[in-house]
Design a protein around this ligand. Sequence first.
Ligand code: TXA
Ligand code: MG
Length: 348
Amino acid sequence: MVTQYFRITDPETQREELAQAAAILREGGLLGIPTETVYGLGANGLNTDAVNRIFLAKGRPQDNPLILHIPGPRWLSRYCRNVPPAAYELAERFWPGPLTMILRRRANVPNAVTAGLDTVGVRCPDHPVTLAIIREAGVPVAAPSGNLSGRPSPTCARHMAEDMDGRIDGIVDGGPCQVGVESTILDLTTPIPRLLRPGGLPLEALEEVLGEVAVDKAVTAPLSAGEKPRAPGMKYRHYAPKAPVTVVTGDSRRTARYIRERLGERTGVICFDEYREDFPGCVVEDIGSVADKAEQARRVFDALRAFDDTDVTAIFAQCPGDGGLGLAVANRLKKAAGFQIVDLGEGA
Ligand code: TXA
Ligand code: MG
């Protein structure tokens, strides 16, 4: 299959390109789409055949459900039932934006999207090009992150092409992603709303609106054998470079020292900018300043992806604390490490 490329910077004036991209979706094809979080691999979310092709292109396990992307809260009641007032409140406050809500689904949502669950994830992405494409196509767009299953999520069109060129009908280049980690997933079907995946919208922002939010165990700890996470995707090894990763948590000076004492022949290091010069002879990927978690979120997947073009045999990563976007950055690093974590605690 030949993949068609679109570069859309202004959906207002590039009507022709927009119409072609939307036609791919409407006709049952697969389209790489930019969002503020990561690039997605989109298909018409009402077309079972099209949705099944997403799983084939990614090599994704069939039991891992997809998120429906919609242009705004007005579409919620088309695909969800028993939508609680809190969902509208959150949509009002945070959409378009990096929040996916899990709600009861209507029967018109194909089983292929929900992996047979009685619930569906919905979100309104904050990207003008993709919002315009969804409106033009007139259908909800089912889209997982646009990586091959198991690889780090793509945060620019080039990474999307790396994994999907020749496997899908088109890729829309809408520039680099502004958030860099996927959306926050919140289950609103439980008595106390539950965070299933930390992401681009911090937990603290949800707590401000909702009060109590439960945090699913799979967010911070590995699952024991046979344990079932509430977001099926959280059980898979993910974001993993080819070389094994060890995450080191705690005060950044201590984690830098710990890593420095363990450098081998071909070691890769993910570190904060302040420590960039501390690992001579290593392949170093810096992810932003210690205090700048938004920048860390933007760069963490690129850093993980970069090691696969090198010959490193082991990777160490400094890891931010759990506040704000740190929870999402730490979760992605820990998942890449298969939860191989060394905790040095706080203090100098
Ligand atoms: O930012 C994002 O959310 C990106 C962009 C493209 O929108 N999408 C994304 O999709 O990250 P994906 O498929 O890579 O991750 C979706 C996660 C999976 O872990 C899946 O198991 C979970 O959402 N999920 C989807 N529907 C669910 C449901 N009904 N109940 C529980 N978890 C669900
Ligand atoms: Mg994904």
